[in-house]
Ligand binder design. Structure first.
Ligand code: SAH
Length: 225
């Protein structure tokens, strides 16, 4: 794949050195996958946030991306991606909650094809442009309510949901391939857990992966600004 990160590499607070430091911090916090750490070093996170926040893009923190939404914290992006990679090699990934597209970009370098669904149209359009500007083309985008999944291209080897719900949406379960894995935050605000659901034929096995904090998976797609 040809990527044009070079002109987006940044200087000072947004340079390669800053990204290396972030990767090192994530490694110290327990991220083991060298593939994931490598992609954290490669993707320029500062182009996913407002210019005024660019200097904070490599702190391990969530930042606002408009519409009351946040770019997920790098540790969480790395943790969820690492979890998917443990179970899925190559393959098709369904992502619910494109947001600013940072998680999408990381996934695009590790899996064959990404299908990304976002309910806020403006965020989706901007993310698509942003990813194309750095040469990422193996992503398809859909403006819809992620509770519906994206039936047309399913079943998926992996599903990642980047917003929290009290239950795993039924349609996502249906669109998960046999032996596929879904990773998502589950539970009400203040009590969310990251979970992994593995499909074995008609049986689903749940595993808890630790406490997290996400914005909610809202029902319905947003039609107007
Ligand atoms: N991982 C992304 C976004 C995290 S915020 C990033 O790092 O930028 C969660 C995103 O999920 C938001 O963009 C929000 O609009 C979206 N979202 C919430 N409910 C949704 C739904 N039902 N369907 C699709 N997207 C949804």
């Amino acid at each position: 794949m040809t990527n044009n990160y070079d002109d987006k590499r940044g200087i000072g607070m947004t340079s390669d050195r800053t990204r290396n430091r972030l990767a090192k911090r994530l490694e110290d916090q327990g991220i083991k996958s060298l593939d994931v750490l490598d992609k954290i070093r490669v993707i320029p996170r500062h182009i996913f946030v407002d210019e005024a926040l660019a200097s904070r893009a490599y702190e391990d923190t969530a930042l606002p991306i408009g519409y009351g939404q946040t770019i997920s914290q790098p540790f969480i992006v790395a943790r969820m991606t690492e979890e998917l990679l443990k179970h899925v090699q190559g393959g098709k990934i369904l992502e619910i909650g494109t947001g600013c597209g940072y998680q999408t970009a990381i996934l695009s370098l590790l899996f064959d094809k990404i299908f990304s669904v976002e309910r806020i149209k403006d965020l989706l359009i901007k993310s698509k442009k942003r990813l194309r500007s750095i040469g990422i083309y193996n992503v398809s985008y859909l403006h819809d309510d992620g509770w519906n999944g994206w039936k047309k291209y399913g079943p998926y080897d992996g599903i990642i949901v980047t917003a929290a719900a009290a239950e795993v949406p039924e349609k996502l379960m249906q669109q998960l391939a046999i032996n596929g894995t879904l990773v998502m935050p589950m539970g009400p605000e203040g009590k969310q857990e990251l979970i992994n659901v593995k499909r074995c034929k008609e049986k689903f096995e749940y595993k808890k992966l630790g406490a997290v904090s996400f914005v909610p998976l809202i029902k319905g797609k947003k039609l107007k600004k």
